[in-house]
Design a binder for this molecule. Structure first.
Ligand SMILES: [Fe+2]
Ligand SMILES: [Fe+2]
Length: 301
């Protein structure tokens, strides 16, 4: 089973309609004018899509922030750009990020669901979806909220329902992937960045995940790629995909996405990274027994 994990595309559009500049969107638009446009290279999108397509994955998982200010035109542009990857809705899972819920208007009008709702088994979170092999399943959580800050919160009801979904699942997924826009933990280098825009009840989420057993945790939100074993959740392999269109002047956050290979108990993760000149494949982790009894892991962060 091969999965491509993509996140944080951040399609942006300029809007000149002053009505839409009122309130919170004004903050987003100001941010856009001062940096977003320089930060995300839309002209790279086609090449990213071609690269993902060339991998011929069994499943594509996108963990949110497809847009920047949740404008309808941003959603439409994201949909058009991703279209070559969206031919079979059974093989694509898409969840929202905080930028896709940027305004209460976008939440009220279900802007995300209207365009990307077909790529999930349910409009409501959490949901559990078995992939084609019937042994791998994605449990999707939504901690986004329409809120001035970038912080999120996983509602208590989602813990309860996720627990019930897993208890009721039959057969139990042999390989569980928990997907959520917000990481629960980050490697040292990104910890202070995550703290500023964290899931405010991440400690509760981590406590709950400790009881879930071995799992992959696929997230985005922090625009850097990693494979990390958080001490907060010892049986978790945390995977962050980074932002594929990010302009990376430092060379320390190469934009790209993750390719995840699952076989029986093992997982191998590679980062497809755009160096500015070409694609390179950076091996991130091989764990031969993540989904077995005893894990033996080699992790690069
Ligand atoms: Fe993001
Ligand atoms: Fe985000």
């Amino acid at each position: 089973m091969k999965i491509v994990h993509l996140s944080d595309i951040h399609i942006w559009r300029y809007s000149i309609n002053p009505v839409k500049l009122l309130g919170k969107r004004a903050v987003g638009m100001a941010e856009l004018f001062t940096g977003r446009a320089k930060k995300f290279r839309l002209e790279r999108m086609e090449d990213v899509v071609d690269r993902v397509r060339s991998i011929k994955a069994d499943h594509l998982l996108i963990t949110g922030d497809l847009t920047t200010t949740a404008l309808r035109r941003e959603f439409e542009q994201a949909r058009v750009a991703l279209e070559p990857l969206l031919e079979d809705a059974d093989r694509v899972s898409i969840l929202p990020g905080n930028h896709d819920r940027y305004t209460s208007h976008s939440v009220r009008t279900r802007a995300f669901e209207r365009v990307f709702g077909a790529f999930a088994p349910s409009d409501a979170f959490p949901w559990l979806r078995y992939l084609q092999d019937d042994r791998t399943a994605i449990l999707a959580l939504d901690a986004t909220r329409s809120h001035l800050s970038a912080t999120g919160r996983l509602p208590e009801a989602q813990f309860r329902e996720a627990r019930e979904l897993l208890l009721a699942s039959h057969p139990k997924p042999k390989r569980l992937i928990v997907a959520c826009h917000y990481p629960v933990a980050a490697p040292e280098a990104y910890r202070s960045e995550l703290r500023k825009k964290r899931m405010v009840n991440a400690a509760d989420v981590a406590r709950w995940l400790r009881r879930v057993g071995p799992h992959l945790y696929c997230s985005g939100h922090v625009h850097a790629a990693w494979a990390h074993r958080p001490h907060e959740v010892p049986e978790q392999l945390s995977l962050n995909a980074g932002a594929p269109l990010l302009r990376d002047p430092t060379g320390r956050r190469p934009p790209g996405f993750l390719e995840i290979d699952l076989t029986e108990q093992s997982v191998t993760v590679k980062h497809h990274a755009w160096t500015g000149m070409d694609w390179s494949i950076m091996p991130m982790v091989t764990d031969l027994r993540l989904f077995g009894a005893q894990a033996s892991t080699v992790v690069q962060e």
